[in-house]
Each structure stands twice: as C-alpha cells, then as structure tokens.
Design a protein around this ligand. Structure first.
Ligand SMILES: Nc1ncnc2c1ncn2[C@@H]1O[C@H](COP(=O)(O)OP(=O)(O)OP(=O)(O)O)[C@@H](O)[C@H]1O
Ligand SMILES: [Mg+2]
Length: 388
C-alpha cells in the first residue's frame, strides 16, 4: 500500500511568527537559491521583515534583487508588493537580500578578534589568504557565521538562508566543524610546537621528535609554506577559542525552536538519495526539519490521456496519412507520452521517499518552462506554497 505524504504548506511556516530562520539545503543545482529567494519574497509580501542570505546566485536573479556587487551587506529589495490583500488588512513587510562574500566574512572575524596589528599580520599571511578564499568548507563555515551575525543583529524577524553549492547537502553541517577542527587541530599545533618549546629545558627529547615531524612536513609542503603556516597559527592562537565558540553558537541556533530546515530535491534518484541522507542526519542531530520540497516536478495538462493511449494514437495517425498537419499531431502525441512517462517516474520516486520517511511532509513545485530570474518568476514559484 502506498502512503500519501502529509502536504508541506510553506505558507503556514512563513506565516507563523515563531519561525525565525529557514535554512534551504539540498544537493547541487536542485534549486536552493531559487527557493530561498522565493520563500523570502513570499514572506515579505505576507507581512514579514525578511533578509535572504544567498550564496552565489545566478547573475540575473541577483540583479532582480538589487544585488549588483559582492559587498556582504543586506540591501533592500525594491518591487516587493506589501499588503497581500491590498485592503490594508495585512501589515506591510519588507525584504532585504545579500550575497555571501566568503573572504570578507572571514576577514571580519579576524578583525573583530585580534588587535589591529595582529589582524593585519594575519590578513597579509599567504597561508591565511589561501585558506580564506579556497579551503573546502570555508564557504559553509562563513555562511553559518553570517547567519549568526544576522541573527545577532536582530533587525529582521525572518532570516532565510541559502546554502553553498556543495555536492552533498551534508557538507553544510559537516564542513564548519571540519574547518573548526582544522584551525583548532593537532596538526597545526604540532607545526608550531617546536618554535614554542624551543626555549624550554627538559623537553629536548620531545623537541627532537617534533623537529623530525616538522622536517618531514617541510619536505612535503616546503619550508616557505611551513613558515607561513607557523606564523599564521601563532597569530591565530588567540582566536581558536573564538572560532569554536562561534561555531557552537550557530550550531545551537540551528537546533533552536524557531529554526526550520527545508530540504530541497529534484525528483531524480541522486537528489532524492541525498535528501534521504540529509533528513536522517537532521533527525539524528535533533535539528528541526520542516519538510521536503520536490522542485521542478512535471505535470501534464492532459493527464487523462495515458502515455500508452497517446502512443497508440500516434501510431494509428502515422498509418493513416503523411500530411504536415498529421505529422505535427504525431509529434505532439509523442511529446505528451514522454511527459506522462516522466511524470509517472517522478511520482514513483516521490512515493519511494515517502515510504522510507512517512512522517516527512512534502511540497511540490512545478517545473517552469524557463529559468527563474526575476521577482515575478519567484512569485510564481511562491504560489505553490499555498495550502492547495
Ligand atoms: N521550479 C523551477 N522551474 C524551472 N527552473 C528552475 C526551477 N527551480 C530552479 N530553477 C532553475 O534551475 C537553476 C538552478 O537553480 P538554483 O541556482 O536555485 O539551484 P541551486 O541548488 O542553488 O544550485 P547550486 O547548488 O549551484 O547553488 C536555475 O537556473 C533556476 O532558475
Ligand atoms: Mg545556489
């Protein structure tokens, strides 16, 4: 027996004033940025004061939200229609949007944790520069950091967070910890240890051991880089506590009542498998899952004509005559059959997900004929957030 999932009504989530943070996650390319922007716009037009934190939005979508430069600051979005009913019954909302600037965010943490001299020493360090602009996980860490900052600023009553385009949705939860562990890590400590222990007595043996380790590492990564790492770590020493504390703060925020995760997936096997992992992980970590969004679902306008009958009709027509108009008809019938097949296989995948996770509410967003790149496009996506 196949179960029908509980419908996920996103409007209920955004109309509930207790909802303060909505995190949109999912594997690469499933529509995280689009859904985050659509949720933000819909919420603003239903009276909430919203900020949307986007990561790497497509250029036209960014422009439509007034985001023309990567300046790490929330900008007001113009063109938001406030007061949904137009009769003044709804209080006017507002929308801000920003693009995450990973390096700038990292620099700001350094600046706020170290005195100016030390900060500029860290910022100029080549090892820091490569870490802050390329280390796998930095983007995830900085997205979480930004979320923490926005929450602390307390200027908005709803924060919608888009997550980085990682292959796996789990990276969003794991990468910050990985980076934290790295910055906090034994390897880095080991690298600076010889310099620190050098002056002390009674540690000669230990020191020799460290010396050997450092020697090996020097061979692998080169002495200049090692020196950079060592100065970086000495300079960062005072900040280790800060990083851990911040990561813990954000982690608590993600588990707090008022936070809701939306897991987004395309109706395709890989994306749904990822979504399954993510749902299980949220459960394990006791993080508040609102539900699954199946994005880009295909529906046929003439669902009563089955794929098989449509194909049979195409074949009959083909046998009858070879005029241009009947060729067109045949093509249309084949296209319809193809759409019906696709819709059926999407339904099957959705049923399989629900069989494995019967308690997870599901919303479906229809595939649009074109990319979504302006407020109107976002509004159309948002119209699927209503209860029917
Ligand atoms: N329902 C939809 N119908 C049609 N196109 C869509 C829909 N949702 C998203 N798109 C389009 O799919 C593309 C990818 O969407 P988006 O950038 O939101 O995905 P993403 O998950 O943020 O990707 P990444 O992992 O790279 O960050 C965009 O061009 C977007 O306009
Ligand atoms: Mg994206």
């Amino acid at each position: 027996m196949s179960r029908t999932p509980t419908p996920l009504v996103i409007d209920q989530l955004i109309d509930d004033r207790r909802t303060r943070i909505i995190v949109c996650c999912g594997s690469g390319g499933v529509g995280k940025t689009t859904i985050a922007a659509a949720v933000g716009l819909r919420a603003a037009e239903r009276g909430r004061h919203v900020v949307v934190l986007t990561v790497d939005p497509a250029r036209r979508l960014a422009q439509s939200m007034g985001l023309t430069s990567l300046d790490n600051t929330p900008r007001p979005v113009t063109g938001v229609r406030t007061g949904r009913s137009g009769d003044g019954a709804d209080p006017p909302g507002s929308m801000h949007a920003m693009m995450l600037d990973m390096k700038r965010t990292f620099d700001e943490i350094v600046e706020s944790h170290a005195d100016p001299d030390r900060a500029s020493q860290i910022l100029a360090n080549p090892f820091y520069q490569s870490l802050s602009s390329s280390f796998a996980g930095t983007q995830e860490y900085m997205a979480m950091e930004k979320l923490g900052q926005l929450r602390r600023a307390d200027e908005w009553d709803l924060i919608v967070v888009d997550t980085p385009p990682s292959r796996s949705a789990l990276d969003f939860l794991d990468a910050p910890q990985r980076l934290g562990r790295f910055l906090d890590g034994r390897l880095l400590r080991l690298l600076v240890a010889p310099a620190k222990l050098g002056g002390r007595t009674g540690l000669k043996m230990l020191n020799a051991g460290f010396g050997m380790v450092t020697g090996v590492i020097t061979k692998i990564i080169g002495s200049q880089l090692l020196r950079d790492v060592q100065t970086f770590v000495s300079a960062m020493d005072t900040m280790f506590g800060g990083f851990r504390e911040r990561a813990e703060y954000t982690y608590r925020l993600l588990r707090a009542p008022g936070t809701a995760f939306l897991v987004i997936a395309a109706p395709e096997p890989d994306a749904l498998r990822e979504a399954s992992y993510f749902v299980e992980r949220l459960e394990r970590d006791e993080m508040p899952l609102a539900g699954l969004i199946l994005n880009r679902v295909h529906r046929s306008p003439a669902a009563r004509l089955s794929a098989a009958r449509s194909l049979a009709a195409a074949e009959t027509l083909q046998g009858l005559d070879d005029s241009e108009s009947s060729a067109l008809g045949i093509a249309a019938l084949r296209l319809h059959a193809e759409r019906m097949r696709r819709a059926e296989s999407e339904r099957k995948l959705a049923r399989r997900f629900t069989a494995a996770h019967p308690l997870v509410p599901v919303a479906q967003i229809p595939a649009q004929p074109d990319d979504v790149h302006d407020l109107n496009g976002l509004r159309i996506i948002g119209s699927a957030f209503a209860s029917d």
